[in-house]
Design a protein around this ligand. Structure first.
Ligand SMILES: Nc1ncnc2c1ncn2[C@@H]1O[C@H](COP(=O)(O)OP(=O)(O)OP(=O)(O)O)[C@@H](O)[C@H]1O
Ligand SMILES: [Mg+2]
Length: 274
């Protein structure tokens, strides 16, 4: 018989159900998807669920400013400003590079990131903390070959601190580079968001691709993002695998990019030996 796993609510009740109760405590989960699929909205729910439960949280934002994150949260009735003022939440702004701001990252540097997250953790005090890094892919935009190494480094260093972590990662499907692979390699779980035009209407979907130590629903679910409420699960969707997969030419380009990255990292000799 397996020992029960302690789980954390994601803040989206439908996704908690898909996960048979939530994300196992202490996990590092990759939240991946194209732009506008709902990664940030999901990450806001994850942080807010911790805050309303009396937990502490750290949110690192690279693509939006702190003010934008606070505004976006407020649109879903999540009061991040109050949590910051209470000393329960730190939002590390890695976009604005504001030198006068204590919780601002000046460069998209992984070492700087890890140090500031640890500083924030010390500021918040003892106990379990929810951590979001939105997005991790921003840290290797100009050096995709480092994705896996950086992801591993972040996971290894931060694993000594009492975190449950969500790392978001973007796929740049308009380019030939797949930025998402690094995070997925080190993650204990992968939550994938997708979007698709169906009958002239933008629909969004979610599927759990991996979650260690737990059973989970394997179906694709349609989701919606609702003003004043946030992310909701509409229900299972009979999407074919072909519908859900990235278009074949995009997938091919991403795999080629991944191979190129590996060649840069390890050289072709080691790859040939495998
Ligand atoms: N107040 C709101 N009411 C309804 N829908 C909203 C609201 N705010 C945002 N959305 C929806 O959420 C989408 C943005 O989702 P989100 O920011 O989570 O995407 P993302 O996956 O993080 O994208 P990116 O990779 O560009 O950061 C918007 O395109 C919009 O459709
Ligand atoms: Mg986002």
């Amino acid at each position: 018989m397996s020992t029960p796993v302690e789980r954390l609510s994601t803040g989206v009740s439908g996704i908690d159900e898909i996960l048979r109760g939530g994300i196992p405590k202490g996990f590092t989960v990759a939240v991946v998807g194209e732009p506008g699929t709902g990664k940030t909205v999901f990450a806001l729910h994850f942080v807010n669920a911790g805050l309303v439960n009396g937990e502490k949280a750290i949110y690192v934002t690279t693509e939006e400013s702190r003010a934008s994150i606070i505004r976006q949260a407020a649109a879903f009735n999540m009061d991040f400003l109050q949590a910051i003022n209470r000393g329960d939440l730190v939002v590390i702004d890695a976009l604005m590079g504001d030198r006068g701001d204590a919780w601002s990252l000046r460069d998209l540097d992984v070492e700087e990131l890890v140090n500031m997250v640890i500083e924030a953790k010390k500021y918040l005090g003892h106990g379990h903390t929810r951590l979001v890094i939105d997005s991790m892919s921003a840290f290797w935009l100009d050096k995709p070959a480092m994705a896996r190494k950086y992801s591993y480094h972040v996971k290894r260093v931060l694993s000594k601190w009492d975190f449950t972590t969500v790392l978001t990662s973007q796929y740049a499907v308009t380019t030939s580079l797949g930025f998402g692979f690094g995070v997925e390699h080190v993650a204990d779980g992968i939550i994938r968001f997708r979007k698709r035009l169906v009958g002239g209407y933008l629909k969004r979907f979610v599927v759990i691709e991996k979650m260690r130590q737990t059973d989970h629903d394997k179906r694709v679910f349609e989701i919606d993002i609702v003003d004043g409420k946030g992310m909701v699960v509409v229900g299972p969707h009979a999407l074919s695998r072909g519908d859900f997969a990235l278009p074949a030419p995009v997938m091919r380009k991403m795999l080629e990019a991944e191979l190129r990255k590996n060649l840069e990292l390890y050289g072709d000799e080691e790859l040939e030996e495998e």
